[in-house]
Design a protein around this ligand. Structure first.
Ligand code: GAP
Length: 440
């Protein structure tokens, strides 16, 4: 496939087919925000559900949490984000545009207008929120990372679950960062979804646990359909690590705009729990019932940006080829994450007996998965192309043979495979089994 303009093609497909729209578009858009459309919500939520199933519901050592988005200043003071969660910013003296100083390779001129750039200043990424209607409103912040929800609820969770180390607390939800220069579509935005867990361990287990989660992250990458060859580990040097981390590996992806961070794996030591215990004056220690000793657990944190996952999945799946002498754009999505699992159509929409039978077939397939689309518009070839472009793995066509025009073919349908374009004559039962196996 011709990789030129790949990003433009993906952004345009996302808009045209309802995956992702610019945020607040009718008012000219709001920088650093995007809205997920009907197919985008389905793709994003399939990925989120897959993640939750893999890392939470199918494990005995992990529990879920959904903590508040607004958290008080005290949390961010304790976590170190009020001081340390900042990027270097420079402003152009002429056009007043702002840039990340560390993205400019030491340039002294504005990349937009050629004006002189001012002196770099550190710019805090947390979004402040003033709460309450009376004067002296209290200051909170939209969470800059979801991790703090797990730390401030550590005691609540161990009190109600009686979990034994090692164990994890997981959540997925929105995070907010006042990025100086949001860019590259879903890659760097100001409001985004994160999926992550804090895995609590004894200090001497950190290296083993780190290696274990590193492998698990690769398995997750495989399950999503992200092209593995395009993912690379980067050992983050101590000078670039977050203030809380003793070791970090970034999983970088080859996006069309360059190799950049997809996920992170960090050893956060006992930094967060210790700081919250000191500042809140609450006992956040763990009691080892066999030794009778109390201590603050250490933490391994695998973190997964959901928007960046959607983007990496789309970049991995997007393809163009020629089928039957016609060019087509196709999303080769894994069936388990595809927004639509199959499309059913009657060969002709003006034949009530075909429509009725096709509706019956659709109802049978919907027992396997609800995301079974219906399309009776235009010719069959066009219907197939529309589904290829949004990654639907199967198309099912009901024709006169399904009704028994040739007796031996009664109750069979045509199953068309997205990737090969190959068509097979199968019974409805066989199609049900095929779809069930593909999305398992
Ligand atoms: N709790 C750890 C943490 O938040 P991070 O590396 O700052 O670590 C986690 O962010 C993940 O969030 C990143 O690996 C990336 O996938 C995603 N991410 C970070 N900033 C983002 C942004 N501005 N837009 C979209 N995703 C972002």
């Amino acid at each position: 496939m011709d990789e030129a303009n790949l990003m433009e093609k993906i952004v345009s497909l996302c808009k045209r087919r309802g995956f992702v729209f610019p945020g607040s578009e009718i008012y000219g858009g709001l920088a650093g925000t995007y809205d997920y459309g009907p197919l985008g919500v389905a793709l994003r939520d399939n990925l989120k559900d897959l993640w939750w199933r893999r890392f939470v519901t199918t494990r005995d050592d992990m529990v879920g949490l959904d903590s508040s988005i607004i958290m008080p200043e005290a949390v961010w003071a304790a976590s170190g984000h009020l001081e340390g969660f900042a990027d270097p910013m420079v402003e152009c003296e002429k056009c007043k545009r702002r840039f990340r100083a560390d993205h400019l390779d030491g340039a002294t001129e504005c990349p937009e207008c050629g004006g002189t750039l001012g002196t770099p200043k550190m710019f805090n990424l947390l979004f402040p929120v003033d709460m309450g209607s009376t004067s002296g409103a209290s200051r909170g912040y939209l969470r800059g990372e979801i991790a703090q929800g797990m730390f401030v609820n550590f005691k609540n969770v161990i009190d109600v679950t009686h979990l034994k180390l090692p164990f994890g607390i997981a959540q997925s939800g929105k995070a907010f960062r006042n990025e100086i220069a949001p860019r590259d579509f879903l890659f760097r935005v100001r409001e985004f979804d994160l999926m992550e867990f804090e895995y609590f361990i004894r200090e001497d287990e950190w290296k083993t646990s780190f290696e274990y989660w590193r492998k698990e992250m690769w398995e997750w990458i495989e399950e999503t359909g992200i092209r593995k060859e395009s993912v690379h580990e980067l050992e983050v040097p101590s000078t670039d690590r977050a203030h809380y981390s003793k070791r970090t590996i970034d999983f970088e992806f080859d996006y069309p705009f360059g190799r950049k961070e997809l996920y992170g794996l960090a050893y956060r030591t006992d930094y967060d729990l210790t700081r919250h215990a000191e500042r809140s004056k609450k006992d956040l220690s763990y009691l080892d019932e066999t030794t009778g000793k109390r201590f603050i657990p250490h933490v391994i944190e695998p973190t997964f940006g959901l928007g960046r996952t959607v983007l990496a999945v789309l970049c991995s799946a997007y393809d163009e080829d020629e089928l039957g002498g016609e060019k087509r754009a196709i999303l080769r999505l894994n069936p388990n994450v595809a927004p639509i699992k199959a499309m059913v159509s009657p060969l002709l929409k003006n034949k009530p007996e075909l429509v009725e039978k096709a509706r019956e077939v659709r109802a049978s397939l919907r027992k396997v998965h609800p995301a079974i689309a219906w399309d009776d518009n235009g010719n069959i070839g066009k219907r197939y192309r529309r589904q290829d472009e949004v990654g639907t793995p199967f198309c099912v066509t009901v024709d006169f043979d399904t009704l028994g025009e040739h007796k031996e073919l009664k109750d069979t349908v045509t199953l068309r495979d997205r990737d090969t374009g190959k068509q097979e004559r199968l019974t409805v039962h066989q199609v049900v089994d095929r779809i069930r196996a593909a999305i398992a």
